[in-house]
Design a binder for this molecule. Sequence first.
Ligand code: GTP
Ligand code: MG
Length: 426
Amino acid sequence: MIIKKYLAKSMREALAEIKTELGDDAVILKTRKVAGTAFPFHPTQIEVTAARDDEAKSSAAFPEIKVSRHAAAEEGSGVYRRPRPSCIVDDAEQVSVRPWSPPVVQRTATNGVPGITEAGIIEKDNRSYAELKEDFRQLSDLVKNVLAKSDRAASVSPPTASPVFAGAWAELYGKLTDLEVLPDIAGSLLTSMREQRLEAVDGAGEKSVRELLGARFPVAGPIRCKKNGPRVIAFVGPTGSGKTTTLAKLATHCRIGKNRSVSIITTDTYRIAAIEQIRTFADIVKANLHVVFSADEAALAMKACANDDLVFIDTAGRSRRNDEHMEELKVFLSRMHPDEVHLVLSATTKDSDLAATIRRYREIGSDRLLFTKLDETTCLGNVFNAVARSAMPVSFLTFGQNVPDDIELAQPARFVERLWTGALHV
Ligand SMILES: Nc1nc2c(ncn2[C@@H]2O[C@H](COP(=O)(O)OP(=O)(O)OP(=O)(O)O)[C@@H](O)[C@H]2O)c(=O)[nH]1
Ligand SMILES: [Mg+2]
């Protein structure tokens, strides 16, 4: 592991230097502003601490956007160039991503007690360091438990007396819970069928319940260009959920399929390789790319895109539990005024995490859900639960890594068919 500090006039300059010295696999550990030291009026500089893990294979550090052969075959159309070899990953090749873990830095304070300063609490409290550490550990466990419980509580309805179903009703209830539809949602669907005096027997029951499932799966509809000005579409969500890949799929459809002028703005400057990933893609589809390092730059980039039909905004993956990152994302979005903010979620995420993530991202402006990786699960009950609970419309579903394929507009009947049968291709 190599760790180095870089001092530069701007983030852009620092990243260029880091890339030259440490390469594409460098990871930014920390950034901070430092006052100039050479002269009293020397402008503030940026100090960036970057690292490179030498054990990681350079090609494995970041998933490249895969462009399918089908897309590459359109080369003759003159619309776009053959993707660079670095952008194509053959089916046989494995792209493995090794998680990076930060180095553990042992700090020793001047009083010899790790991590506690001389003026600290030790003198005021005669308890030993080990006791204090244990207290902190217990406190931290307590806070974690409270947070976990509040997340779970948000995803589960208040307990209601579970309805008793018998005969054909019990069979329908069993089918729904086998699909991993949560018991209270399954119960409320069947109760509503009964209230509408619908039959549970034979095919009629299945038909009715499938219609009710579809009615609780709102959809957002296709992307529509505006008459004046660009339609601005942002993709947000947890790390690795598929934001960049999905953006690439949709941007390709708009750029090549519909021959629209497309700009891409990326605020994901956390990893140098992330910038390269989107830059390579933008080159392929001949879309303008703006890499922005601050909310001010984001606002300027928006102005530069005023004549485009579509602007796609890629953002860095953010954990809903990191308030600082969520706040930063909110500030970026507030300066770009997106028309649509798609919360990109993996279909392999469990119920409670989906519910908590949707709740948190809704607070910062997400207005629709986009589910990826349907190909990685056979049971979509969790996706249905998340949509039924949040009542947020679903924009697209994706089921593979190939750009621009493996994506479709969300449609209730097709989703219910997938949910009911477990089949991917319906
Ligand atoms: N199986 C499958 N993999 C997908 C799908 N969409 C994206 N991926 C893969 O998921 C991984 C992460 O995709 P990215 O597009 O880089 O995810 P991201 O949300 O931009 O990631 P960050 O920017 O790091 O937060 C890559 O290996 C993609 O190829 C999908 O629908 N199915
Ligand atoms: Mg990304």
